[in-house]
Structure formats: C-alpha cells, structure tokens
Design a protein around this ligand. Structure first.
Ligand code: ADP
Ligand code: 5GP
Length: 181
C-alpha cells in the first residue's frame, strides 16, 4: 500500500501552519514532514518538531549526499524535505503533507506528478500583511523580504491543483478536508 502526498504552499503569514495544526489534530492518518532549515529557530520552536535546524555546512552535506527530495532558498535561508522520511511513510501507506514554498512545490510536482498540490490564498494582501505582522515573529526587514515574494508565489499558484482562501479558519479547514479526505 502506498500513501498519498499532499503539498501545501502559500505566502508567509497566510495561515498554513495554523490550518495544518488543526487539520492534523483531527486526522491521525496524515503526517507532516519535518523539513531541514538553515534559519534560526523562533521563540518556542523545537528542533526536530518544527524543523531540523541545521548549519549551512550541514545543509551543503545533505545536498551533496542527495538526501533531499527537494530544497529551495526562501527569504535568505534554505529549506529542504528529507527524502528518507517521505519515502518511508509513503511506503507504509501514510498520507504525507509537505508544507513548502512554491519553488519546492513545483519540484515535487515534476518528481511525483500524482501529488496533490494545494495553494492557500489570503482574503487580501492587506490581511496577509496584518497576519504576518500580528504573528510577531519576524523583524521588519524579514517581513519586507517575505512580502516581496508574494507576487512570484501568486504567479506560481497557477500550477496548483486546488486553491483555498483562508478567510474564516473553519471554512478553510472544511475545504481542505473536502480535498484531502
Ligand atoms: P504561515 O504558516 O502561513 O506563515 P501562520 O499559520 O503562522 O502562517 O499564521 C500567521 C498568523 O495569522 C498567525 O498569527 C495566525 O494565528 C493567524 N491566522 C491564521 N489563520 C487565520 C484566519 N483564518 N483568520 C485570522 N487569523 C489567522
Ligand atoms: P518559515 O520560515 O516561515 O517557517 O517558512 C518559510 C517558507 O519556507 C514557507 O513558505 C514554508 O512553506 C517554506 N518551507 C518550509 N519547509 C520547506 C522545505 O522543506 N522546502 C521548501 N522548498 N520550502 C519549505
């Protein structure tokens, strides 16, 4: 039995993490892949749970060893999906969710064409900015950098199978459940 692969993308602050946390609470047969990143942990983030926080040298080694299913640079840091975890869980019949940026998502689509690609949209650009600021985790410089990626992310969204607007959280969750369950 082979599980299904779901890819969730969307601009920083749109609510991907919030939606997925609730989705995973409600659906035990889905697993979230924990990525490697070179960015610094935010307050409260736990190594091995939110990400594997690694150095640039370690990231280079993973690339050299072909350990990543995909990887991309986002907003000055690198992020990568571990091939071994995804392959193991899929072979066990588990449904895997990758919460990754649009560049990584497009790589996955070309390697695993039957993966289900879902793009999360904000109700408006203003609301996206308000959420990103309201989260209080980024410096002003990092917020500006993340907002600069929005245009290319929306441009890449045309390659996704589904688009879900995260306006009301519960409504967006229902839409995700309709697509994924
Ligand atoms: P992402 O993982 O996409 O970067 P987060 O899940 O961290 O985004 O959400 C960014 C902020 O927006 C958080 O403070 C979160 O509580 C808030 N948020 C998420 N979804 C909604 C929603 N539907 N309505 C209002 N605020 C939301
Ligand atoms: P953050 O720094 O806010 O946790 O994540 C920044 C961006 O990196 C988000 O768009 C998130 O989806 C993406 N991301 C997280 N893990 C990965 C990964 O393994 N690969 C890629 N390509 N992007 C990732």
């Amino acid at each position: 039995m082979v599980g299904k692969l779901f890819v969730i993308s969307g601009s920083s602050g749109v609510g991907k993490g919030t939606l997925l946390k609730e989705f995973l609470n409600r659906h035990e047969n889905f697993k979230l892949s924990v990525s490697c990143t070179t960015r610094q942990p935010r307050i409260g983030e736990v190594d091995g749970t939110n990400y594997f926080f690694i150095t640039n040298d370690e990231f280079d080694k993973h690339i050299k060893n072909n350990d990543f299913l995909e990887w991309a640079e986002f907003s000055g840091n690198r992020y990568g999906t571990q091939k071994s975890y995804v392959e193991k869980k899929l072979s066990e019949g588990k449904n895997i969710i990758l919460e990754i940026d649009t560049k990584g998502a497009l790589q996955i689509k070309s390697i695993i064409p039957n993966s289900v690609m879902i793009f999360i949209l904000p109700p408006s650009f203003e609301e996206l900015e308000a959420r990103l600021r309201g989260r209080n985790t980024e410096t002003e410089e990092a917020i500006q950098k993340r907002l600069q990626s929005v245009k290319s992310e929306i441009e890449n969204s045309k390659y996704f199978d589904y688009k879900v607007v995260n306006d009301n959280l519960e409504t967006a969750l229902k839409k995700l459940e309709n697509i994924m369950c």
